[in-house]
Design a protein around this ligand. Structure first.
Ligand code: ADP
Length: 497
């Protein structure tokens, strides 16, 4: 970590806030006050204290933002050459690297994650701008052979104004994985960050203007889901909605999109399995499980939150994983220990209720099990890295998402049982397997219902690899070349010669 980041983190820990944070909505290339004048506080989960305020947009503000994006779609962005779109996005990648310290510290302050995690997200986002910048001038159509008397060809057109509803667990990288391909495709965007993490979206919009993005191409409206979010997804000028969040809100978004026949990408929950077979390298599996469930304090849609272990290695795996879990240090994200804060008191309460339920039912807690405070300040919203051992297939702890640092262990007696256990929930987002048997690993990749499969390294991959779920985890793919598809539509042109 650079000295600059460490120094800034220390200053912010002392003062409790970051100077120069955005104050208002971002519409038409500049900060704009919300029509109602209403504002809301945002909290530092590491201390539990409010550190900034932001504007609450209403339907009038949302309309202003969508109209601005529509005007830019028909005007400045339409006449910007693809090569220039590419240059703007690549410049944006460089600006994110330049502002790595400020963006990472703001992200930690708003979300609670560790500074390391925030930096990885900012750097991955810079890469996404560069990756889709590289694609912007290569989105070609094709010609269709109909014989000598016709010329038939297709054009890859932008779908239009796109709305992006952003969750609070990965505020920076989720917004960028949506808007970078959308902008590369020639779409304009209106984004609504989550109520508890509005800051980095506003910073990103200002940086895009500095990178040369014409006014109105990227608008940000902060505010609540039921007011600003609902008005955005219901707006008739919005042609595609990229939603990341909970299953019920995803369903509501899809219903609202249906009323104006807009397309949707839904990235919803998960309860992803990490399978450990008898022949696995157990130390590697322990390391994998550590990242699978404790990254971002377990607040990850694709977290490996179910450890499915073959019986012969169950005791060794749980013992070693419990030891590793107990060694992890929890504390304020800006102190950059192993695990940061839970994003909100509400989410902490949800995690606690799940673990208390396990305790009340006499289930075995192999590590952790309690909410805690930052050991240095006695403040903030944290939860110990927790393992609940030997839980049955139909138990709600196996079936429902907890969204915290809580690993639920399932014991199985064969490869077939492992596959059955892996596929036993309503979700199908990610799945991991640890084994030295290549055939079994590849069979698992075939047999498991998941959008992405990790073999011998949970989360193996990168921004180049498509990401998304099946069934109640949603549909559509983000990242990689697949990630641009939602933002393009095909126009077929055929001429009689
Ligand atoms: P969580 O319960 O974890 O906060 P949500 O799915 O409610 O998850 O939130 C994800 C995002 O969806 C947030 O930006 C939130 O403001 C937004 N949101 C919530 N309700 C609505 C809604 N009715 N319409 C559109 N967006 C919404």
């Amino acid at each position: 970590m650079s000295d600059g980041i460490t120094q800034l983190a220390q200053d912010v820990l002392k003062s409790g806030t970051l100077t120069g944070l955005p104050q208002h909505l971002f519409i038409d290339g500049k900060p704009v006050k919300a029509a109602s004048g209403n504002r809301m506080e945002t909290f530092d989960p590491g201390s539990g204290r409010a550190f900034a305020q932001f504007d609450l947009a209403n339907a009038e503000d949302v309309n202003r933002a969508v109209q601005s994006s529509h005007k830019a779609l028909m005007g400045a962005w339409r006449i910007t050459k693809p090569a220039e779109r590419s240059a703007i996005l690549c410049r944006m990648g460089a600006l994110m690297r330049r502002d790595l310290a400020r963006l990472s510290v703001a992200e930690t302050l708003d979300s609670g994650k560790t500074l390391n995690e925030a930096q990885w997200d900012v750097l991955a986002s810079a890469r996404m701008f560069e990756y889709y910048g590289g694609l912007a001038d290569k989105l070609q159509g094709s010609t269709i052979p109909l014989g000598l008397d016709y010329l038939s060809y297709t054009i890859a057109e932008p779908v239009g104004v796109t709305a992006h509803i952003i969750p609070w667990n990965y505020p920076t990288s989720t917004i960028v994985r949506g808007i970078a391909p959308a902008l590369a495709a020639g779409c304009t965007v209106v984004c609504k960050p989550a109520e508890t993490t509005p800051m980095t979206a506003l910073m990103i919009a200002a940086l895009l203007t500095e990178a040369g993005l014409p006014d109105g191409v990227c608008n940000i409206i902060t505010g609540t889901g039921p007011e600003a979010g609902a008005a955005l997804v219901a707006h008739p000028l919005v042609r595609h909605i990229t939603f990341t969040g909970s299953v019920p809100t995803g369903i509501a978004t899809m219903k609202s999109a249906a009323d104006h026949v807009a397309s949707v990408t839904l990235e919803l929950g998960g309860k992803s399995p990490m399978v450990v077979l008898n022949d696995a390298d157990i130390d590697a599996a322990v390391e994998g499980a550590r990242w699978a469930i404790y990254s971002n304090a377990g607040q990850v849609c694709s977290a490996g939150s179910r450890l499915i272990v073959e019986r012969k290695v169950h005791a060794e795996m749980v013992e070693k994983f419990a030891k590793a879990s107990k060694s992890l240090r929890v504390g304020h994200g800006l102190r950059n220990l192993d695990i940061g804060a839970v994003n909100s008191l509400l989410q902490l309460g949800r995690i606690e209720a799940n673990v208390n339920d396990a305790k009340a039912r006499g289930l075995s807690i192999a590590a952790g099990g309690s909410s805690v405070h930052d050991p240095q300040t006695g403040k903030g919203w944290f939860f110990e890295p927790t393992i609940i051992d030997d839980v049955g297939l139909n138990d709600r702890l196996v079936q429902e998402e907890i969204f915290g640092p809580v690993m639920v262990v399932q014991v199985v007696d064969s490869y077939e049982e492992a596959v059955e256990a892996a596929n036993c929930t309503q979700f199908a987002l990610a799945a991991g397997i640890y084994t030295k048997d290549v055939t079994k690993a590849l069979r698992f990749a075939r047999d498991v219902d998941a959008g992405q499969v990790y073999i011998n390294e949970y989360y193996a991959g990168g921004i180049e690899v498509p990401f998304g779920g099946n069934r109640n985890s949603g549909f559509g793919r983000e990242k990689g070349l697949d990630g641009v598809k939602a933002y393009l539509r095909t126009k077929a042109v055929t001429a009689r010669l």
